[in-house]
Write a protein that binds this ligand. Structure first.
Ligand SMILES: NC(=O)c1ccc[n+]([C@@H]2O[C@H](COP(=O)([O-])OP(=O)(O)OC[C@H]3O[C@@H](n4cnc5c(N)ncnc54)[C@H](O)[C@@H]3O)[C@@H](O)[C@H]2O)c1
Length: 360
């Protein structure tokens, strides 16, 4: 790829443009808001000068509802040899592209699975897609050269390509991202009217399940509105599961022994299905799901404690696979939870005890 046009120089468009420019591609920037394009250019993402057409690839990075119209206009102008978009949902834009009679041979849908808390060119980073998944949604129409151009874009941005069907993509992001957002918000919302004394009891369980409830509501309305029907469908299935769980809990609260037994079975089944789903979440770097042992170490909340702990683990030759901190209530201390391979847990515990650490 030697030349590219980015249409829509916000967070995603400018980030892609920065990555391509850094790898020697001549990038031309366009935006309905000229200031956005000029800002992107001033960051080193490319030039606002019009290109000699056709360029090798046009990257359409506008809101999902506008992808079809922007693609139709770009193709009518003969802007590029190949076209892609980066919208977070794929089925709606795909339907618009077909309805508007666009050339579907030289267009491929795509979705880089990376983002930031803020929008606009000033939030862009050349390394935004580094190591991230980038979904491509070719169809039977898609030309091999167009797929290759998209694969080259993904490689130049340092991302990892995954090929999927558009509808499967939308259901997948609804399952792993959009629905969890709504559920986390609903769970967290129960706390708004809770007694202060209840909220003060918050431990790691509620913190873990509501972490994403702190997201920007306006940004999420945009995201959800693009995939609303699919998310609503999954939430309906979830509502049915909730009904089952409620019925099981009512039985569990009954005086009748037989009912309590039946309720326990229903609730246990809910929890077991949760275990099974959780066990399917891939491990680090997309590896198969991995079980780690957790070693909990008491540390003081002061400078240098974590460094000392990690250095002791490193000297014992143990790779820390993951880490989180459970902060104590009312004390300047907490437990660092070190996840390690099961065979390394005992040696880590021995090494840390030998260095004076307190373990739980
Ligand atoms: N933000 C994310 O986390 C994220 C992640 C992956 C994919 N996406 C997708 O990337 C696309 C862009 O999102 P963003 O976060 O960069 O948004 P953004 O608001 O930062 O940028 C969008 C840009 O498109 C421009 N624009 C709007 N209509 C236009 C038109 N008709 N012609 C030219 N430019 C136009 C806007 O002026 C704006 O500068 C969206 O389709 C979004 O679904 C976003």
């Amino acid at each position: 790829m030697r030349t590219a046009v980015v249409i829509g120089t916000g967070l995603i468009g400018t980030s892609a443009a920065l990555a391509l420019s850094a790898r020697g591609v001549a990038v031309h920037l366009r935006d309905a808001d000229e200031d956005a394009a000029r800002t992107a250019a001033s960051l080193g993402a490319g030039t606002v000068e019009p290109p000699v057409t056709p360029v090798d690839l046009a990257i359409i990075a506008v809101p999902p509802a506008l992808v079809g119209r922007v693609l139709a206009a770009a193709q009518a102008e003969g802007l590029a040899r190949h076209y892609t978009d980066v919208a977070s949902v794929k089925e709606g834009p795909r339907q618009d592209v077909v309805a508007l009679g666009c050339d579907t041979v030289h267009y491929i849908g795509s979705h880089p699975m990376a983002g930031a808390e803020r929008n606009g060119p000033l939030a862009a980073r050349a390394d935004l897609f580094e190591g991230r998944t980038w979904v491509l949604t070719p169809t039977q129409d898609t030309d091999t050269e167009t797929l290759n151009a998209a694969l080259e874009l993904v490689a130049l941005c340092g991302a990892v390509p995954v090929v999927m069907d558009a509808a499967a993509h939308d259901r997948a992001v609804a399952l792993v991202s959009h629905t969890p957002q709504v559920i986390a918000s609903l769970v967290a919302a129960r706390l708004t009217d809770a007694e202060e004394s209840a909220v003060r009891l918050a431990g790691p369980g509620i913190r873990d399940t509501t972490r994403i409830a702190a997201s920007d509501p306006r940004m999420w309305v945009d995201i959800l509105s693009a995939n609303a029907a699919v998310v609503a469908g999954i939430l309906e299935e979830l509502a049915a599961d909730l009904g089952t769980a409620v019925a099981g809990l009512r039985e569990l609260a009954a005086a009748d022994e037989a009912k309590r037994e039946s309720g326990a079975g229903v609730v246990e089944d809910v929890l077991r299905r949760g275990n099974a789903g959780r066990a399917r979440i891939p491990g680090k770097h997309g590896a198969p799901p991995t079980r780690y042992e957790v070693v909990s170490v008491l540390i003081g909340d002061q400078p240098g404690e974590l460094a000392r702990l990690f250095a002791d683990a490193g000297r014992a030759g143990i790779n820390i696979e993951d880490v989180d901190i459970e902060h104590s209530t009312g004390q300047q201390a907490g437990f660092v939870r070190l996840s390690v391979a099961p065979r390394a847990a005992r040696s880590l515990e021995d090494a840390l005890r030998a260095n004076g650490w307190s373990l739980r």
